[in-house]
Design a binder for this molecule. Structure first.
Ligand code: PLP
Length: 376
């Protein structure tokens, strides 16, 4: 059986975890966390990088940082993971969903402005499949209306938009190191990127359970105490040690995934050019990280038969994201602004093929042949 995903592993994780076990500090912001955070700050060129236990937590921190109040409205696509919305719903916000573009499956940047009201506080673009949203027009809108932009870059580590790393363009950015993403910190993990320096102080406090312990450790205050709202948003050193192994091979992991991605794209070129399936669109402005290879088939029925066919040939292909506005809870927590032309229709056509770091040529060939046989 070809699984849909294998958690990335470089072979050096256990060595760093051993090291973390012997260094006598396992709680958050120890040596391995610092190594990872400094790496992100240098590599992404951001103001500050904070490891978190998940991208969900990074988004929750972002909602706390921009001080979302009950009744505030947050604009985002409906075609996304529940955490994008939940982080703001937890603070009492209403979610305003906007349609996606059928080519990238990203939020349609031209539909955001009509969705803005007096209550709008933030726009949350989701970089689907690690392909950048049209950030220039989104940032221009945000500046014009005084809104925050929080990038859900869960899938976008090592991708760029106009040569700027995803996650560093908005005021805040959130990444995931869940085992289904390109890099993992041992199954679960995340990262909050602070680009607007005015958030740094409070980010430290929120992450340290509402205390100024970070300042205390730097010797800036002589005792630490409760200074604001907060929660427990530090991952353990074991997670950071696992992640550090992967960051050392960050380019290699991305390039290996890109080779697999390109292999699929070559193999399905004819199917795509004949219009049998639709391939992923790659806007010129965005250099992607091969987070995902997807195809879009005719409709839901064809997708169901294709996934069944692949399963019988030993290949696990998947789909995801029932659009949030169509879920029972989503209907009570938000509204869809404007016409819903593409979100449901396009999401029902999409199928994701197996991609993981280190996937062998033979494994990929089995996926390709099974898929080609279906359309033959
Ligand atoms: C994976 C994912 C998340 C959640 O990440 P966790 O680290 O599992 O919390 C949020 N948003 C998007 C778009 C994702 O793909």
């Amino acid at each position: 059986m070809i699984p849909f995903n294998r958690p990335p592993s470089t072979g050096t994780e256990s060595r760093y975890i051993e090291e973390a076990l012997t260094q006598g500090k396992l709680s958050g912001d120890g040596p391995f966390s610092q190594l990872c955070q400094r790496w992100f700050e240098r590599r992404l060129g951001c103001e500050r990088a904070f490891l978190t236990p998940s991208c969900t937590h990074a988004l929750e921190m972002a909602a706390l940082l921009i001080d979302v109040k009950p009744g505030d409205e947050i604009i985002m696509p409906s075609y996304t993971f529940v955490s994008t919305a939940n982080a703001f719903v937890l603070r009492g916000a209403r979610i305003v969903f906007v349609d996606i573009r059928p080519d990238t499956m990203n939020i349609d940047e031209t539909l955001i402005e009509p969705a803005i009201t007096e209550k709008t506080r933030a726009i949350v673009p989701v970089h689907y499949a690690g392909v950048g949203c049209e950030m220039d027009p989104i940032m221009a809108l945000a500046n014009r209306y005084g809104l925050y932009v929080i990038e859900d870059a869960a899938q976008g580590m090592m991708s760029t938009y106009k040569d700027r790393p995803l996650g560093t363009i908005g005021h805040l950015g959130a990444f995931s190191f869940h085992e289904t993403k390109n890099y993992t910190s041992g199954g679960e993990g995340g990262l909050l990127i602070v680009n607007d320096a005015s958030f740094t102080n409070r980010a430290e406090i929120i992450r340290e359970k509402g205390t100024n312990r970070s300042q205390f450790f730097r010797g800036m205050v002589d005792k630490y105490s409760w200074v604001g709202v907060g929660s427990s948003y530090l991952p353990s050193e074991l997670q950071a040690a696992y992640l550090w192994a992967q960051l050392n091979l960050a380019e290699q992991i991305r390039d290996n995934r890109l080779a697999i991605w390109n292999g699929y794209h070559r193999a399905f070129k004819l199917l795509i050019s004949r219009g049998v399936v639709e391939g992923p669109a790659l806007p010129a402005a965005s250099a992607h990280n091969a987070h995902m290879y997807f195809l879009k088939v005719r409709d839901l029925e064809e997708r169901t038969t294709l996934i069944d066919h692949l399963k019988q040939s030993g290949v696990m292909a998947v789909f995801h994201y029932v659009p949030l506005h169509a879920t029972p809870f989503g209907q009570t927590m938000g509204r869809f602004h404007g016409e819903e032309r593409f979100t449901s229709q396009e999401s029902e056509r999409l199928v994701r093929l197996p991609v993981w770091y280190g996937m062998s040529v033979e494994e990929q060939e089995q996926v390709i042949q099974s898929l080609l046989a279906f359309f033959d």
